[in-house]
Design a protein around this ligand. Structure first.
Ligand SMILES: *Cc1c(COP(=O)(O)O)cnc(C)c1O
Length: 421
């Protein structure tokens, strides 16, 4: 029996209606920017497996480092114990995070990093004797699938069974030059009538909303307004972190710094799951007390797993290297050249780019999981390119190691796709 047939027996895949989509492609190997299937076909990973493997699949340097670590220390409880991989990672990461960030809290994935951020924000106010329960989020945002993260997400159209259990959230539109006065007014009204604890946002790029981009100056102003009301700013950098926007973190494009930052996805270069919620000293100090109950009683079994910390440390070393910074500049410039070539195509409605993130909207209406979208996806796969259109948006977010020849192949397959739809 093929892997695909054996898969059907006991496995339940994420975000999948199995009755409509029973088949899953079996991948047997991945290296650099390429995925290999069980029939010997190759696919350029144009989305870095959901923006995780940014330093290239099965990166030799990360493998070497985690192998050494596996021989030394696999895991130890992080409550009451510490270890060098976590310490080294903290020293290195704090150096590159926005200046005010000073403490790291570990968890397992993007959703838990967001849940931790929300709980931190709620308890921050609680510990200071204020009851603030409302979180403000941006419409169309995506922050994950656990309860807290799902509550603040504005995208999920399949949340029906859970909505009545959500935490208290108000949503404001993503700011644009034309709606900005209205957005500011809505925000001010919320701030003056509700007990708002925090404002959560994906800085500059809403990933799951099909790489929707918005201006740093507008976000900056919103953050400065909420700060006047002692509302905490939570930057969800799960997608944007680690070089994708051309800077190490999207928050560096702003002058207003977040109080809390969520990190996951390419934190470990896709090698193992891990997430971090970082915060400023101000947040941390609100939990310091002789009263034990003011501590942050949240913890995951695999918190700061030494192997994951080692992978993250190796990833940051790569990110900071000249080789990878050059790659980021090369890919950004290449996307720009492709954009000049494609943006006036009659089937292209709009294009946008920030760093190595490139997105193109087709001027054809398409359902997020509809037939036309599926046809496009199949077309790309048959051409040896893994691109997963989100509705009528085709986006590229490839590993930094993608070669110019591979990039050309991705661009060509997008051009060819415009001819078949
Ligand atoms: C993917 C994503 C999450 C959720 O991360 P998981 O690891 O899938 O739980 C949260 N926020 C953003 C911005 C994301 O892109």
């Amino acid at each position: 029996m093929s892997l695909q047939e054996r898969d059907k027996k006991h496995l339940w895949h994420p975000l999948t209606q199995h009755k409509l989509h029973p088949n899953h492609l079996a991948i047997t190997k991945a290296k650099g920017a390429v995925l290999y299937d069980d029939k010997g076909n190759e696919y350029i990973d144009g989305i870095a497996s959901w923006y995780t493997c940014m330093y290239g699949h099965s990166n030799d340097y990360i493998i070497e480092k985690i192998h050494e670590q596996m021989l030394q220390l696999d895991h130890v409880v992080f409550a009451g114990f510490t270890h060098e991989p976590a310490i080294k990672l903290s020293e290195r990461l704090i150096k590159i995070l926005p200046e005010n960030q000073n403490k790291l809290f570990f968890s397992d994935n993007g959703s838990t990093s967001v849940d931790v951020a929300i709980k931190m924000a709620l308890q921050y106010h609680f510990n200071r004797g204020e009851k603030r329960s409302k979180i403000i989020a941006l419409e169309g945002g995506f922050h994950g699938d656990t309860f807290g993260a799902m509550s603040v997400s504005g995208l999920s159209i399949y949340n029906g069974p859970f909505e009545e259990f959500f935490i208290d959230v108000a949503r404001i539109p993503v700011p644009t030059k034309s709606n900005f006065e209205i957005v500011k007014q809505q925000l001010s009204e919320l701030l003056s009538t509700e007990n708002v604890a925090a404002f959560i946002y994906e800085p500059l790029v809403q990933g799951a909303a099909a790489m929707k981009m918005y201006d740093a100056s507008l976000l900056n102003e919103l953050i400065s307004i909420i700060k006047q009301h002692h509302v905490l700013a939570i930057a969800d950098e799960v997608m944007t972190g680690f070089g994708k926007t051309g800077k190490h973190f999207a928050s560096e494009h702003l002058t207003e710094q977040p109080d809390i930052i969520c990190l996951a996805k390419s934190l470990t270069g896709g090698m193992v799951p891990m997430a971090i919620t970082s915060c400023s000293q101000k947040i941390y100090e609100a939990f310091l007390s002789d009263d034990i109950s003011k501590g942050f009683f949240h913890g995951h079994t695999y918190s700061a797993n030494p192997i994951a910390c080692t992978a993250a440390l190796a990833g940051i070393e790569l990110l900071e290297s000249k080789e990878f910074q050059d790659n980021i500049s090369r890919i950004s410039a290449s996307h720009q050249a492709f954009d000049n070539h494609i943006k006036n195509h009659p089937k292209v409605a709009e294009t946008r780019q920030l760093g190595v993130i490139y997105a193109l909207d087709l001027n054809i209406e398409m359902d997020r999981y509809g037939d036309l979208r599926n046809k496009l996806f199949k077309f790309f796969m048959n051409n040896g390119v893994c691109l997963r259109p989100l509705g009528n948006t085709i986006y590229i977010l490839a590993p930094y190691v993608i070669t110019n020849t591979q990039l050309e192949k991705v661009y060509r397959s997008i051009e060819d796709a415009l001819e078949i739809i």
